[in-house]
Design a protein around this ligand. Sequence first.
Ligand SMILES: NC(=O)c1ccc[n+]([C@@H]2O[C@H](COP(=O)([O-])OP(=O)(O)OC[C@H]3O[C@@H](n4cnc5c(N)ncnc54)[C@H](O)[C@@H]3O)[C@@H](O)[C@H]2O)c1
Length: 255
Amino acid sequence: MSINDIFNVSGKVAFVTGAGSGLGREMAVAMAENGASVACFDINAEGLAITADLIGKDALLIEGDVADEAAVDAAIAACVERFGSLDVVFANAGIGDPEPSLLHEYSTENWNKVIGVNLNGVFNTNRAALRQMVAQGSGKIINTASMWGLAGSSSIFPLPAYNATKGAVVNLTRELGLQYATQNIQVNAICPGFFKTALGPVDDPEFMAVTTNFTPMGRVAEASEIKGTALYLASSASDFVTGTTLVIDGGCMAK
Ligand SMILES: NC(=O)c1ccc[n+]([C@@H]2O[C@H](COP(=O)([O-])OP(=O)(O)OC[C@H]3O[C@@H](n4cnc5c(N)ncnc54)[C@H](O)[C@@H]3O)[C@@H](O)[C@H]2O)c1
């Protein structure tokens, strides 16, 4: 296979959650730019419309909540109905801790909210995807975890629920990599460091200073810098890669 073919996703069908902003938007655009058909799922319809404009060709837009299993099941079904298969799924939608704080001051309501989106949402998306992928005998799932799935963040931000969910996504990914290793289905996770998206207050100079200083490369990534990692894990280039995490963090986790 030539190097162009190895990274080629043309003719593939990709489904992206959280595609209405930030990293998910870049994943969706990366797939479309490389020839895939793309279904974009997000709770934010306005964000989806912007992503569709960037894709500039036929994209399936589905407004819904990843925490709602029926909505996710229906969205995967709609994607298969529209495009005929399901080759690549990015379980990417996520939220931060609504009120970052130490655990003894953390509300049950916020805990359940973060678990609902970041962990149950990934469960809902992976399960719905795997039902289709097992039936068709192939597929690639890419879960967006975080570098805070590999280490605690409290030296700079107290994010107990976020970190708990991201650690769980990392280990769920390992488990699923093993469960489906012989079924031509790869399951991997991306662990981003600091990227400029709507997830953090990137217009706040103090936030930017803290995140920049924490990052060995001395800068925060542009959202579009996720595209190469997304294409690698979505394409044949990663056919022998499963159950692993790809850290893209400017060196933070190497410290
Ligand atoms: N930006 C970073 O620095 C960074 C670092 C590590 C991990 N991540 C992870 O990357 C993923 C994408 O985040 P981002 O940085 O692009 O943030 P973002 O806020 O720009 O995008 C998140 C998207 O998810 C959507 N979303 C939120 N809740 C949803 C729900 N219940 N159902 C469906 N869609 C929902 C939002 O509407 C939004 O479009 C998240 O899982 C996040 O935890 C981001």
